[in-house]
Write a protein that binds this ligand. Structure first.
Ligand code: NDP
Length: 423
């Protein structure tokens, strides 16, 4: 089994060499990453409007994610210091604890046709129910390629929401997220729905509240991995469970709790070329499903077995095909790192990443505090902003951390002194 110990201490070039030696990435991919040959402007210009160029962000990898008995190298795109470090730390501890297990509850996308102006909403519901098979056929005829791939429309349901009768279409979109598939199918059935019910269609569109694409990730961590000191380990576990309760009780905390989860999730969603707004929108709606916005993950302790048990459930309608996925060479590198997962496998990895990120954040919050690690990384950003050269960063970070004054003016002042002392 490949060991990734010391990977974080290497230079970017050395990390690429290691991935090449381990046959994770091809020579061609390594060359693309080494030269920063990412998205060609000509391609970018086809993807969005009024394009001027492309916009770069750090592209990193986190080894040792052990999910459902398989090891993964997970690509992260993030501008935030400490996210990759925290994920690596959590992934290692959780791997030693047996890794993550995940459950895909279902993988269907939901779209809706909103009808209004109906004389009798309940009677209209009955008519739609009777026409379900016909409506499914109509939807499938509008997008035959997904049927050929083994997917297609699966069910039609309805709900009365004030003056609207909403018709929901559930579709198996296979490896795609399915926005365009759903929208095509919905528009194809909206005319027939108007004929059936006498109502008018206000809109026909996919819903990002993907409650039929729920994924759960779980892990359980022996207390002993939380601290070398036995009694401190038990206290940390208890406090992490309390922190989880807090995120259920207080929306102000829940929002930050979930932001921490998305530090990891967004990083992988971006790296795999997926629509992160869609994933965020669905997850935040799910976090408020009972009327109060709550933490998406929960942690509890098993006192008898000295285990901390974590769990995260959220909608994860992630894709491995479609959208802009095939257009970006760095996205191709991400799929190489992940060993070409299926959409279900990728969804499992991403939810596991969210749980790992949450573990690291909660552990830091209830023990050392989040600032200890953060300030060191903040100092690094300040050093770069102050204009420190590569060899000047480490001494400047050291001085800033000792001085405990983390602002740009101080960083510039210290840098000046370092340079004067060198003369
Ligand atoms: P696409 O429109 O790109 O459709 C999926 C494509 O993937 C199809 O061309 C399909 O080919 C191809 N494909 C290849 N292999 C497979 C496979 N095994 N399973 C499924 N499809 C396969 O993407 P989506 O419909 O998924 O829509 C996603 C895009 O829509 C994203 O870019 C998103 O940002 C955007 N969007 C999002 C909205 C929202 O979230 N509310 C609204 C509107 C757009 P074939 O046709 O031959 O089957």
């Amino acid at each position: 089994m490949t060991s990734w110990t010391g990977f974080s201490k290497k230079t970017p070039q050395e990390r690429l060499e290691k991935l090449l030696t381990e046959k994770v990435l091809s020579q061609e991919r390594v060359q693309e990453l080494r030269t920063g040959a990412t998205l060609p402007v000509t391609t970018a210009n086809q993807m969005a409007e009024n394009v001027l160029g492309t916009f770069a962000l750090p592209y990193a990898v986190v080894p040792d994610f052990y999910v459902n008995g398989k090891d993964y190298l997970v690509p992260f795109v993030t501008e935030e210091p400490s996210v990759v470090l925290a994920a690596s730390f959590a992934a290692k501890i959780i791997k030693h604890s047996g890794g993550f297990t995940t459950l895909i509850h279902e993988r269907l996308m939901i779209g809706q046709v909103a009808l209004y102006g109906l004389a009798d909403q309940v009677a209209a519901q009955e008519l739609i129910k009777k026409a379900e098979t016909e409506l499914i056929e109509l939807a499938n005829q509008a997008y035959p390629s997904i049927v050929k791939r083994g997917g297609g429309a699966r069910a039609v349901t309805t709900a009365i929401k004030e003056d609207f009768l909403i018709v929901y279409l559930s579709v198996d979109t296979q490896e795609a997220m399915g926005a365009n598939m759903l929208n095509t199918m919905l528009e194809a059935i909206s005319g027939r729905l108007e004929d059936l019910t006498g109502g008018e269609c206000l809109m026909a569109i996919l819903s990002n509240y993907a409650t039929e694409s729920l994924v759960t990730a779980k892990c359980q961590i022996p207390f002993r991995y939380l601290s070398r000191d036995r009694s401190e380990a038990g206290t940390i576990a208890k406090k992490m469970a309390l922190a989880s309760d807090l995120a259920q009780a207080d929306p102000y905390r829940a929002s930050t709790h979930n932001k921490g989860i998305f530090n990891g999730i967004d990083a992988v969603v971006l790296a795999t070329g997926n629509d992160w707004r869609a994933i965020e929108a669905g997850a935040h709606a799910y976090a408020a499903r009972d009327g109060q916005y709550r933490g998406l993950s929960t942690w509890a302790i098993d006192k008898e077995q000295n285990l901390l048990k974590g769990q995260l459930t959220l909608p994860m309608p992630i894709a491995t095909k479609g959208g802009s996925i095939g257009l970006n060479p760095t996205v191709a590198a991400s799929f190489d790192l992940l060993q070409e997962p299926t959409a279900k496998e990728l969804a499992s990895i991403i939810v596991a990443v969210g749980l790992a990120q949450n573990f690291a954040a909660l552990k830091a919050l209830v023990s050392t505090g989040i600032q200890a690690g953060h300030m060191k990384l903040q100092a690094k950003s300040l050093a770069l902003l102050a204009g420190a050269k590569e060899e000047e960063v480490a001494p400047l970070v050291k001085h800033l951390t000792e001085a405990k004054i983390f602002n740009l003016e101080n960083a510039q002042e210290i840098l000046k002194k370092i340079r004067q002392d060198k003369k």
